[in-house]
Design a protein around this ligand. Sequence first.
Ligand SMILES: Nc1ncnc2c1ncn2[C@@H]1O[C@H](COP(=O)(O)OP(=O)(O)OP(=O)(O)O)[C@@H](O)[C@H]1O
Ligand SMILES: O=P(O)(O)OC[C@H]1O[C@](O)(CO)[C@@H](O)[C@@H]1O
Ligand SMILES: [Mg+2]
Length: 368
Amino acid sequence: MRIGILTSGGDCAGLNAVILAVVRRAVLGYGWDVVGIRQGTHGLMQDPPQAIDLNDHVNNDGMLRLGGTILGTVNKGDPFHYPMPDGSFADRSAEVIAGYNKLGLDALIGVGGDGSMAILHRLAKMGGINLVGIPKTIDNDLAQTEYSIGFTTAVNVAVEALDRLQPTAASHDRIMILEVMGRDAGHIALFAGVAGGADAILIPEMDYDLDALTEHCLNIRKRGRNHALVIVAEAVKRDDGSAVTQENDGQKIRYGGIGHWLADELGARTGWETRVTVLGHVQRGGIPSPRDRVIASAFGVHAVDLIAEGRFDRVVAWSKRKVIDVDMADVIVGPRLVDTNGTMVSTAKGLGAYLGTPPKTVRTAKTV
Ligand SMILES: Nc1ncnc2c1ncn2[C@@H]1O[C@H](COP(=O)(O)OP(=O)(O)OP(=O)(O)O)[C@@H](O)[C@H]1O
Ligand SMILES: O=P(O)(O)OC[C@H]1O[C@](O)(CO)[C@@H](O)[C@@H]1O
Ligand SMILES: [Mg+2]
C-alpha cells in the first residue's frame, strides 16, 4: 500500500504532529509507504506532482513539537475555480486527479478545514480517490468534531495575550481590546474570553449593542475597577452590519480591523482611553499545545486504521472523550458556529461578561 497525505487551508499548530502520527502508524503498524504532497491540491496540479517520501520521517520526533507544516499548505486557488494569469477562472480539477493517479496512491489523507474538505470530497467523488479527512483549523468550525487540530494552541495564545494585557491595562487605567481570528465563528474569542477573564466577548453569532456595551464598561468603573478587557472576533460587524475586511478578491474574504473600529466607538462613548491589539497569525504559529498533539496523534492513527479497514469518505472526529469517524457529507455542511444557548455562552454570561443577545434572524449554519 502507498498512501498520500496533504495539508490544506490555513496552517495551524499540530500539523506536523498529525503527519508524524500518520507516518508512524502506516510505516510501523502496516509496513506501508507514505507520500507527502506539497502545497495541498496545488502540489497535485503540477506535472510532475510535487511530493516527497515521508517514510524516513518515522524517526523524526522533532515533528511532534514543530509548528507549521513541512508539506506547505494553501487556502487559495480552488482547483474548481482556479485564478488564471489573465484574470479568468478555470476548472483544473482534472489535473489534480491526474496528479493523484501519477503518484500511484491507494488512498489519500486530507488534513484540512471545512473549505478544504469540501474541495477534496468533490475531487474524490470525481476521481475515485479513496479519501479520509482529518479536521484541523484554529477556527474550530468543523461540524461533528468537538475539537479540530490547532484550536487549543490558538486559544492558549489568545489567553496569554489577555494575561499580558491585563496588567498593562491596570497600570494605565485603560480599556484593552484584543481582536482574535476565527473566520465566521467566535469559538476562539469565547474560549479565550472565558479563560482570560474578558469583561466583554463579542462574537459574530451574537448581536451587540454599543450603548449596552458602553454602560457595561462604565459599570465596571463604578464598581471600582480602573480597567476593562474586551475580546472581539474578527468577523464581528460594525453596528451598521458591515464587515471590516482586509481583502475581498473574489476568491475569499480576509477579515481584520474590527478592533480598531470598536476602540474608536468605545473610547469616544466611555471617555476611557482605549487601546487595541490585533493578534493575527501569531495564533497559528508556534509550538503545538499538548492537547493539540494528543488530538493530532489520535486523529492520525485512526485515519490510517480507517484506510486499513477500507472505510473511505470518512472524517475522524473528537467526540465525548474519544475518536470517532463520521461521513464526510455530514462535515461539509458549512461552518459550525457557536451555540448561543450552549455552555460556553451561559458560562461567560454567568461570569458577568457582556456578550450581547442572540440575533433575531435565525442562522442556518450548524451549531452542533
Ligand atoms: N486549493 C485550495 N485548497 C483549500 N481551500 C481552498 C483552495 N482554494 C481555495 N480554497 C478556499 O479557500 C478557503 C480556505 O478556507 P479556509 O482557510 O477556511 O480553509 P480550511 O481548509 O477550511 O482551513 P482553515 O479554516 O484552517 O483555514 C475555503 O473557502 C476554500 O474553499
Ligand atoms: O492566512 P490568511 O489567508 O490571512 O487567512 C486568515 C484566516 O485563516 C484563519 O486563520 C484560519 O481559517 C482564519 O481564522 C483567518 O480569518
Ligand atoms: Mg475554514
